[in-house]
Design a protein around this ligand. Structure first.
Ligand SMILES: [Zn+2]
Length: 332
């Protein structure tokens, strides 16, 4: 029985992958913002986050895609605000999300022009080399990836994420965002880059540059200064095999509010410093955030509104765009 199920799942994956490859052959119309503009991206990873809404919550590790009503409502309202400001939000969805009964809110976000990328099906650790490292869910239920190497389990999880989106929304993913984020991106993992290229991705967002870690309480000036220092390391670049990396810009909401337990004002300060740096240097800034975290710590959308306001004030020196536009800035 188990084997039959596995075989069926593999057939499904092969068919789904073929469909996705065909869909991604269509030439994408990518807007080319002028080179003297800063490109600011607001990304929301659509997943539930451990320690939210309550510090003691850890069950989300096993049901990353079971978004609650608050997180969905936040994602929708954030999209409305950014669209009204003339931009888009780049969402990344875990595939599990598409098991929910109602995905019309996501359909509407896509119809409004917001790109939605793949965040794997179960939020797997791309660099895993042992089966029990792939994801909490598979540590508890190893039979779900039985017979697969970690690399195969990860590849299938990337495919399933794309297949789920294709099936429920009728669209191919707009790029790929790695769960977690790695200080070196995929520099030392040509095998993972090859897998992602084979799955049809021309750019990925896997790098989160190292910076002085946040510690609980208000951040001292040297931590904020180090976050600004890390911005040049968060600029898009091309790996030797042609895959484009679009890094995440520190500090993420999770870094600030889970690790740092910062007050909101401190996070707003860090975001303002990063966006200001990008505008000043006509560079890119890629905010990594999660509606499942922000609805708890920033219910009034102050982070989103702050970025819209900074970009508005910058006039033609900055624009809020999706990560595909940031990818066009990649330097070899
Ligand atoms: Zn994630």
């Amino acid at each position: 029985m188990n084997r039959d199920l596995l075989a069926t799942r593999r057939d499904f994956l092969a068919t789904a992958a073929a469909g996705f490859a065909a869909a991604s052959c269509a030439p994408a119309a990518v807007a080319q913002p002028s080179a003297d503009r800063a490109l600011i991206a607001i990304t929301l990873d659509l997943e539930m986050a451990r320690n939210f809404p309550r510090r003691e919550d850890v069950h989300w590790d096993y049901e990353k895609g079971n978004l609650n009503a608050e997180a969905k409502a936040y994602a929708v309202e954030a999209g409305r605000r950014v669209k009204a400001a003339g931009g888009v939000i780049h969402y990344f969805a875990v595939g599990q999300l598409f098991e929910q009964e109602d995905v019309r809110w996501l359909e509407r976000l896509a119809a409004d022009g917001h790109p939605i990328g793949n965040h794997t099906y179960d939020h797997v650790y791309l660099l895993a080399t042992r089966p029990d490292e792939v994801q909490f869910r598979f540590k508890r239920a190893p039979w779900l990836i039985e017979g697969k190497t970690p690399a195969e389990a990860i590849r299938d999880n990337v495919r399933l994420g794309a297949a789920a989106m294709k099936s429920r929304l009728g669209i191919a993913p707009a790029g790929f965002r790695a769960p977690g984020g790695f200080a070196g991106g995929l520099r030392d993992r040509p095998d993972v880059r090859r897998m992602l290229l084979n799955e049809g991705y021309t750019w990925v967002s896997t790098m989160y540059p190292a910076h002085k870690p946040a510690s609980p309480g208000e951040p001292p000036d040297d931590v904020l200064a180090d976050i600004v220092r890390a911005q040049p390391a968060a600029q898009p670049f091309v790996y030797p095999d042609g895959l484009i990396e679009v890094p995440m810009s520190p500090i993420s909401d999770i870094g600030a509010f889970r690790t740092g337990q910062w007050p909101l004002e401190s996070f707003l300060r860090a975001v303002r410093l990063g966006v200001d740096w990008a505008i000043e240097n006509r560079a890119v800034y890629d905010l990594l955030s999660h509606p499942s975290c922000l609805y708890v710590v920033d219910p009034e959308f102050r982070t989103i509104d702050l970025i819209c306001e900074l970009v508005r004030k910058a006039g033609d020196r900055a624009a809020i765009v999706g990560l595909d536009a940031l990818a066009t800035r990649a330097r070899r």
